[in-house]
Design a protein around this ligand. Structure first.
Ligand SMILES: C[S@@+](CC[C@H](N)C(=O)[O-])C[C@H]1O[C@@H](n2cnc3c(N)ncnc32)[C@H](O)[C@@H]1O
Length: 312
């Protein structure tokens, strides 16, 4: 069993199931039916209630077609020809164990980029890091702890690693560590590898590309890999925001949780952000996505820039 799954079993009784071990594969179902299959209102309601409970993602009726498209991949992988059969499989005890992680992988939206919403990284470099490092507060240490919460395929965490590495050059003795978490095991696998298509790295300034990216020797494959010294700065781990307990040591100086809160209803957002605040140092910073707002949340945070908050 891969280490990742072994780790998961300690908190959730679920394992990933490959295509070939599903009962449907051996039934010889005609997968042509997959393309004409439709998700009924009733099954959509069952699935959206389950997804909401499992990972907090709200799926209003307007998202039915989107979800139908995403789960179609699972029908195909399992050799099932109807969404109803998929639901029956998913909601059986064995099916749930086998399918839970795969379902999470397909229903989460993992869009991300290097240097996405670049103002945040400028603000971090110019304002936040100097303040955190040069602050005269007695608890201002020389090791900074950052968290990319909902890191997707790792671009945000590696962007932070580049920015911190650059900053550390101006600040001898400064150390930092980056924790990067996501609910989807599929994106975490990709993130850990740190291998990306060459056209994904365009937003990275050329000077940083030269320093922190390795090109594939195989010229036919336009791939790049994050340099090992940068990969070593980031620890990837699975974390579901709805978990009772987060496996995160407190005292984070910087938390990035961008473009994830948007998928949750307001009470769930408040709960998640309160957990972040509890895990942050006083004077630490929380960055949320440009389309997200903490307005009206009664938390110990003050806004210092657009979508940037400091713990009081
Ligand atoms: C759109 S991506 C954001 C990636 C990155 N933060 C950015 O802004 O580019 C949203 C991520 O949230 C993750 N996510 C969704 N529900 C989650 C949950 N309950 N717990 C943890 N992560 C979750 C998804 O797997 C997905 O990778």
């Amino acid at each position: 069993m891969p280490a990742e799954n072994a780790e998961l079993l300690t908190t959730e009784p679920f394992t990933r199931q490959g295509m070939s071990s599903s009962p449907a594969d051996t039934n010889g179902n005609d997968i042509k039916g997959v393309f004409s299959a439709r998700l009924s209102e009733k099954d959509f309601r069952r699935l959206s209630a389950f997804i909401h409970e499992a990972c907090g993602i709200t799926l209003p009726p307007a998202k039915k077609t989107m979800i139908e498209g995403r789960i179609r991949k699972r029908l195909r992988a399992l050799g099932l020809d109807s969404y109803h059969k998929y639901c029956e499989f998913l909601f059986s005890p064995a099916g749930l164990r086998a399918e839970y992680l795969n379902l999470i992988d397909v229903v989460t939206t993992n869009k991300t980029d290097f240097f996405r919403e670049p103002d945040h990284f400028n603000y971090l470099y110019r304002n936040v890091l100097p303040e955190l490092v040069h602050s005269s507060r007695p608890d201002a240490g020389k090791t900074l702890h950052l968290w990319s919460a909902a890191c997707s395929t790792g671009e945000e965490a590696y962007t932070l690693a580049m920015v911190l590495s650059e900053f550390a050059r101006t600040c001898p003795g400064l150390d930092f560590s980056i924790l990067a978490t996501d609910i989807s095991t599929m994106v975490l696998e990709k993130a850990r590898l740190g291998i990306y298509d060459h056209d994904r790295v365009n937003p990275i300034p050329m000077a940083l590309r030269k320093k922190y990216l390795l090109k594939s020797r195989n010229k036919e494959k336009a791939l790049v890999r994050i340099a090992p010294e940068l990969r070593d700065c980031v620890t990837f781990r699975r974390l579901n925001f709805l978990d009772e307990k987060y496996d995160v040591k407190g005292q984070m100086e910087v938390v990035f949780c961008r473009n994830a809160l948007i998928y949750f209803d307001r009470p769930t957002q408040v709960k998640i952000v309160s957990r972040f605040v509890n895990l942050m140092k006083h004077g630490g910073y929380l960055f949320v996505g440009h389309s997200e707002s903490l307005h009206g949340m009664d938390l110990s945070l003050e806004q210092t820039a657009a979508t940037v908050y400091r713990k009081k």
